[in-house]
Write a protein that binds this ligand. Structure first.
Ligand code: 5AD
Length: 333
């Protein structure tokens, strides 16, 4: 698919065929298997000012929290006891957890025999290296948009080139590397979304997460409409068609915007779900956007319902680490 073909699909009204094709490709290359990841949002302190994000440093109306090292490890233990084979540690860009603290947390979580994904934002190559040496396996860092002008508007005091550099550093260090974008940023065009998708391919990302923007009333984007679910779904399906063996989550933003969003995404190329295992009091304040939905991993019924939903669309739940097939293929080169 070239850029023009991508744009045509992004603009098209009837894309049923593309969604079915993405589903077929996912099943052929990744199997009839869905991977579950336990997400721990361990700190909502953030030094960045991403204009769309409800926990950016400018937002005063949010209770800031940090889980203690012990709470993080206990939560990860719970995830492992519940059968999760991957733990995802996510936070705002919070310098409180310096390299030493982070490495100690990573080492303890790795004793639980789980794959560990980090999503902590932009760090130096040395920091990424230290995390890797402590046992971290994967890293998620969305580029958010590859349109440099738009990136600058959306991210005051941030450096687009550094973000790109971070992604290549992660790749170089041997991380299973994830990126992704927001769909529906103000002034974002389908042309730029096509560039984003081509960037995923150029980076040779192992995982891609994308979702619609959900506007937050405390942010500068409060008067903007939310992103389009359909457009996000088309972008997901095209990404799957172009990158058959990567991992793609049905993101929480997609299920927040549409009740059946998760199921639809899983039937259109996605093969991962990330239930949230953050302790309840903390979770409420990880308000990146309003009405954040998603599976509560600590609720047995919710988790059971998710498993039933996965079975209902012809999939089984993975019982391995769920390493991206794209990553495995590179290791064998
Ligand atoms: N709506 C949807 N997604 C958002 N994110 C941040 N703010 C919002 C929002 N208002 C996404 C970003 C970030 C990820 C953790 O959450 O893409 O990378």
């Amino acid at each position: 698919m070239n850029k023009k073909e991508i744009i045509d699909i992004l603009k098209a009204e009837n894309t049923e065929g593309v969604l079915i094709k993405a589903d077929t490709i996912r099943r052929k290359y990744c199997g009839n298997i869905v991977h579950l990841r336990a997400l721990i949002e361990f700190s909502n302190f953030c030094k960045k000012q991403c204009v769309y994000c409800g926990i950016n440093s400018k937002i005063k109306n949010v209770i800031r929290y940090r889980l203690s090292e012990n709470e993080i490890i206990e939560t990860a233990k719970k995830a492992s006891e519940l059968g999760f084979k991957t733990v995802v540690l996510q936070s705002g860009e919070d310098d409180f957890f310096g390299t030493k603290k982070m490495c100690s947390i990573i080492e303890k979580i790795k004793e639980l025999n789980v794959a560990l994904t980090l999503s902590l934002g932009e760090k130096t190559k040395e920091e990424y290296k230290a995390y890797k040496n402590s046992g971290a396996d994967r890293y998620l860092l969305r580029i958010e948009t590859t349109d440099e002008k738009l990136y600058k508007k959306m991210h005051p005091n941030a450096d687009f080139k550094n973000r790109i550099k971070c992604l290549y550093n992660l790749k170089e260090l041997g991380y299973e590397t994830g990126s992704g974008i927001l769909i529906g940023l103000p002034e974002q065009t389908v042309d730029s979304i096509a560039d984003d998708i081509l960037f995923f391919k150029k980076l040779n990302a192992d995982m891609i997460g994308l979702g619609p923007l959900i506007t937050h009333k405390e942010t500068l984007l409060k008067n903007y409409p939310c992103g389009s679910f359909e457009l996000a779904l088309k972008a997901l399906a095209i990404t799957r068609i172009l990158m058959p063996n990567i991992n793609i989550p049905a993101t929480t933003a997609m299920e927040t915007l549409l009740k059946e969003g998760r199921k639809i995404a899983l039937k259109s190329g996605a093969n991962v779900v990330m239930p949230n295992i953050t302790p309840e009091i903390a979770k409420e304040n990880y308000s990146i956007y309003p009405n954040k939905q998603g599976i509560n991993a600590l609720d047995k019924i919710e988790l059971e319902n998710l498993k039933n939903e996965i079975i209902s669309i012809g999939d089984t739940i993975s019982n391995d680490y769920g390493t991206s097939k794209n990553f495995i293929a590179q290791k064998h080169l």
